[in-house]
Design a protein around this ligand. Sequence first.
Ligand code: B12
Ligand code: SF4
Length: 630
Amino acid sequence: MSNQVITVESSFRSFSDEMEMRRCLKKITLDEVALLVHIPQIPLELLDSETAKNRGYLAYPPQGLLYLSSVFSSLGVESHIVDLNFSTLREAQNDCLGIDEAWKRSLDKVLSKYKTPFIGISYMFDVTYPALKSVSEYIRSKFPQAGIVVGGVAASADPELLLRNHIADLVFSHEGEETIEQLYHYIQDTSSTLPSNLHFIDSKGKLISTLDSPGGRVDYDIRPEYRKIKIDQYHEVGSLSNFSRMNGIDIPFATILSRRGCRAYCSFCGVRNFNGKSVRIRDTNETVDEMKFLYDEYGIKHFDWLDDDLLFNRKDAVKMFREIEKILPDITWAANNGLIAAGIDSNMMDAMRDSGCIGFKIGLESGNEKVLREVHKPTTLSNFYKFSKLCKGYPEIFVAVNFILGFPEESFYQMMDSFKAALKAKLDWNNFYMYQPLKSTEMYTIFGGVSSDEDDYKDELFFQSHGKENQGPEPVKDDITYINPIRGGSFSEYLNDSSIYTGYDIIKISENSVPSKSQMKEIWFTFNCVSNFLKMPALYTDSEIQLDIGVSWIEELSKAYPKDFSMSSLLYYLKWKQSKTSLVELEELRESSLEQLKSSEYWKMRDQQFGFSMFLERKIPELDPRFINL
Ligand code: B12
Ligand code: SF4
């Protein structure tokens, strides 16, 4: 995309640009109703009803749309939130029959009531591009005259793609609240101030952008908006993370936001570009009031923070946790999105535990100091090890660490450093994510990434967990689709590729080489398998509580991955060690695990490599000698 972009307000303010904007806005009406659409988050063809019934898919309430809705309310404009992710997950639980009709039905129900609605769609993740396209096309087929507005993180990163592909008529970048207000007054002629953060194509095909202005207020009261979604039913269709499932899948949950932005500026992350440079803290009382409201009105008992930097301003964060402890003594919370470990000392851990924290993730991203510096990660390895030592004093909090593998030009020994850091720290769990180039990040600018070609979006899906807790690639539906669920290659062909090292043999990869994408899948598998399954701290612990939490973590994870033999066999061993499961149930678990193995050529191959079936004989599989002293 090489079209000219006008981003300075002064050039925009030429009379013709303003006329062009008025022309574009003719299609956008704000006097009847605003329909705010949350698109399906999981490719419908990959939805699996067993996982849906086990509530294994992510079901985040559309928090961004609640915020926008509160602005419409303050402007006196009626608004509705249409959560198509919720409808498809519900339908998926019903054996996935009519899954494609489910979201269309939900849209029809609201669209049919209005003549000139404002239609706003949220687009947060690049990987949901195909879903966004289908929803936009469907709305256009029903309402050819309506203007479609798209906003959200992924929309902000590439507005031109959406405009040129006729997915949107107008794109909002950054947080939408203040732009909606400005746009409303501009359209109603109650203000001549040009709304910022807007993008459209003029009549000559040129991309026009108004002033780029991230940031804004954070103190919106979204409590009344909750009646527009079924907040008390989200736990029935999915989960927020393995933390929310571990807590009990029948516990109603919600998300909460106390800070926008992040103090750091990691080169692979889109947060600073999207939210702006500073961290904006919401008033503690307002945050806790919202939680109390959700608890009282909707019976919400578990919360997950959406914050990127929840612990920013330590004093303020501790104060907030102490307030939660006082006002809501029996809730639980988790921080699945990740915390910055540098902000955590025993004072903070105490306040977190006392306010109901059951677990959190921290982002280390790499175990190699040079990579850490290059990506501007705000931490050092020595701080990380200090933090992991601190965690040992809090066995009731399940702590997972995030690593990213496959940064551009990252060599194999640097990846091995991450693996070794995971083994050394012995935190409860290690998430190895594959690097995904995100538009509008420093790393993307330097190294590039997926092109705007639509096929690339499909290919990237390989590395996605399809809306589940991210465990990386997994066999989908049957073994044949394992290697690439989209293109359906056969894994036996793949394993015959002698240039790819698999199992423990990945250690033979040349240290300074940069592994290929196919090789990365095998590296991922071995790192995950060894650090999380064969060396899981719960296998070796003497702490009853750590073992109990480890059992529920694996138990819930295995429901989201019902065909995964490594999980079921590990679960068997942990339950046996825990001695809280009857012999009959244990035997049933063993049988069903063996059944998984028998029916899958893929898991037979993995079992030969790593010996998971030893767990079923109540023994921990031995590590390959090359991995013992890492
Ligand atoms: C919570 C969160 C998650 C949750 C899920 C959230 C969800 N709703 O499904 C979890 C932890 C599961 C998650 C997973 C992932 N995430 Co995430 N996540 C976030 C996070 C931290 C907060 C999002 C949020 O709720 N913000 C709060 C609400 C209030 O804001 P909002 O939704 O953005 O809405 C505002 C604006 O966007 C705008 N807006 C939104 N919609 C609309 C619509 C209209 C019409 C208008 C006008 C405006 C508008 O106005 C709203 C109000 O201000 C963001 C970081 C960030 N700062 O955005 C990353 C972020 C969105 N995630 C990111 C990524 C990469 C991922 C993963 C791919 C990570 C991985 N490797 O697995 C996965 C993908 C999951 C999937 N679906 O496949 C990237 C997205 C980049 C991209 N372009 O794709 C972000 C930006 C973080 C980053 N590292 O850069 N994520
Ligand atoms: S600490 Fe996390 S949210 Fe902050 S910039 Fe780095 S990756 Fe992004």
